[in-house]
Design a protein around this ligand. Structure first.
Ligand code: ATP
Ligand code: MG
Length: 553
């Protein structure tokens, strides 16, 4: 969306002002996922935003795993996250970091705070801490342990580190203000005891830093200038600023919040995606009906389409949700001039051309993309017996039905006119064969102008066609009813997956490039499923249909 006026989003405005005023000379951003699940479309927004800013201002972009909480994390997710970030095109070069490698520095920061009288070891139970914290309308109450001496605190904290205490028996708290109107500032916990093995530091630590303490330190160590996060952290910003100031970092980073990306009636949260996987409602993290990056990739979305989508959505401070149709719009736009348009019949019925020579096959020149001549042409076999879509024939057509019916003539796409002469039904009344005659004069590209037909249908030659499976998708949740039922259960759409096992496609599909996306003419955009497709049993996913309900206002 290029325009004459260069408009900047609010983050770019802040950054430009910061550069102008000398707060920073270069921009350093990061994407800090917790390795506790697969990334989703919302993360894509954060990744592309952070990476885009670093690019735009000739800065640096870090990928940092925020692996400070060993209870929920798994190394499996580190690899999947790296793959997804790379696929989106966000290049972290050699700047891949792990928060866990800063544990020593974080510990030193905590010791510094204790020495400055800004942190203390507290023996209150978790319940008591909650009670003492107060509410939005009442101030908190000071812990009886708040005024321990620096020496005592240093000793107790060291004991915490050395495994002297049980989980939950002691915590280290920042000493800020129990009467602060901001609850986050009421002596927040910054370290807790947890006798747990960490996937990278092993058993070295039995105390782990809390997010609100660890995150600003991670940013500061890496020299991040703008720490961009989502809106729910806005109330934590005073604490963020407190930590980097009290830990005495020379050029402290600045936190900026933006609104999360939500899709209407689509499940995005990591937690909820995890639940769908664990309950077996979907076929793994990359089930093509989901919006994890892995799922979008498997479904056939391109990185370009996701980037276009993120651009279109923009960056705001206001929470809201975006229609899935916009994402579909982007993939259609991206593939429109890039994808080969090929013939595939999803619900086949036989069409026999009685006056076409038996056993003859001719190869027709078919444009790969009528809107992009540069894509050239390919040869498509044509013969006496074809498959067409069952819905392209009707025994008794309604008005304005221009496809095949007894006595009517249509164009076979890129081939000839055929006229329906008769048809055969089985004992159940199902049409099994349609018989036609063709007119050799009407070959596509021959310049024939003798008469016109109103309908054009696609086809594949039966003898050379490949039999394939096609999977059609709808939203995982029922769009009319919303994501959740009143009892909190998910409102699943029973038609979210349709498997068609008897589809036929032109033989050229055997030469498809890896990851190639296609338009199946009249049926939508498709790609081969990267998980289930084999040479013997090709499986195609429908990325999106051709019809669009989306309008850019
Ligand atoms: P979820 O809310 O889905 O569980 P999360 O916030 O727990 O995700 P993290 O790994 O902590 O996941 O997130 C990494 C980064 O991605 C954070 O900076 C977070 O703010 C950002 N992020 C997460 N969800 C979204 C979203 N829906 N839109 C934009 N950014 C997001
Ligand atoms: Mg999180």
């Amino acid at each position: 969306m290029e325009s004459e006026v260069i408009s900047r989003n609010f983050i770019e405005q802040i950054i430009e002002k910061d550069i102008e005023e000398g707060y920073c000379t270069t921009v350093k951003t990061r994407f800090p996922p917790e390795p506790n699940g697969y990334l989703h479309i919302g993360h894509a927004k954060s990744i592309l935003l952070n990476y885009g800013l670093a690019q735009k201002y000739n800065g640096q972009f870090n990928l940092r795993f925020d692996d400070t909480n060993p209870t929920k994390e798994d190394i499996e997710f580190v690899e999947s996250i790296k793959k997804d970030v790379e696929w989106l095109g966000a290049d972290w070069e050699d700047r891949l970091f792990f928060a866990s490698s800063y544990f020593d520095r974080m510990y030193e920061c905590a010791v510094l705070l204790i020495k400055k009288g800004k942190a203390y070891v507290c023996d209150l139970t978790p319940e008591e801490i909650r009670e003492y914290r107060g509410t939005l309308t009442e101030p908190g109450k000071e812990s009886p342990y708040r005024n321990r001496s620096v020496e005592e605190n240093l000793e107790l904290f060291e004991n915490m580190k050395n495994g002297v205490y049980e989980d939950g028996s002691k915590v280290l708290r920042a000493k800020i203000d129990m009467a602060s109107p901001n609850i986050n500032m009421r002596d927040p916990i910054i370290y807790r005891v947890a006798h747990m093995r960490h996937h990278s530091t092993g058993d070295k630590w039995c105390i782990y830093p809390m997010y609100d303490f660890a995150h600003p330190i991670e940013d500061a160590i890496e020299g991040i200038t703008h720490s961009i996060c989502t809106l729910e952290f806005e109330d934590h910003r005073p604490l963020y600023d407190w930590v980097v100031r009290e830990c005495e970092f020379a050029s402290p980073p600045k936190q900026i919040e933006f609104a999360k990306l939500y899709l209407t009636n689509v499940i995005t949260g990591k937690r909820y995606i995890k639940k769908l996987v664990q309950e077996g409602i979907v076929d793994g993290w990359d089930d093509p009906r989901m919006v994890s990056i892995a799922a979008l990739r498997r479904r056939g979305f391109t990185p370009e389409s996701i980037r276009m989508f993120v651009e279109l959505v923009g960056v705001t401070k206001a929470n809201g949700s975006v229609d899935y149709a916009m994402l579909e719009h982007c993939i259609r736009e991206d593939l429109k001039l890039k994808a080969r348009r090929m013939m595939a019949v999803l619900d086949p019925v036989k069409l026999v051309i009685d006056n076409y020579p038996k056993g003859q096959i001719e190869y027709l020149d078919v444009p790969n993309n009528q809107e992009n001549e540069a894509m050239g042409t390919r040869k498509v076999p044509f013969g006496r017996v074809l498959y067409i879509e069952r819905e392209d024939f009707m025994e008794e057509p309604p008005k304005k039905y221009y496809r095949l019916f007894p006595g009517n003539e249509v164009r076979l796409m890129s081939a000839y006119f055929v006229k329906c002469e008769s048809f055969i039904k089985d004992e159940n009344g199902k049409v099994t064969e349609i018989h036609c005659t063709y007119d050799p004069e009407t070959k596509s590209g021959s310049g024939f102008t003798g008469r016109k037909v109103k309908g054009t249908i696609h086809w594949v030659e039966a003898g050379t066609a490949m039999q394939v499976e096609a999977r059609l998708y709808e939203n995982l949740v029922d769009e009319e009813k919303g994501v959740y039922n009143e009892d909190g259960s998910l409102n699943l759409n029973p038609n979210s997956l349709t498997v068609l096992t008897n589809c036929y496609v032109e033989p050229e599909f055997a030469n498809a490039a890896e990851n190639e996306k296609f338009q199946f003419v009249r049926n939508g955009y498709f790609c081969m499923d990267c998980k289930d497709s084999t040479k013997e049993h090709p499986v195609f996913n429908r990325i999106v249909s051709l019809k669009s309900s989306f309008k850019i206002s």
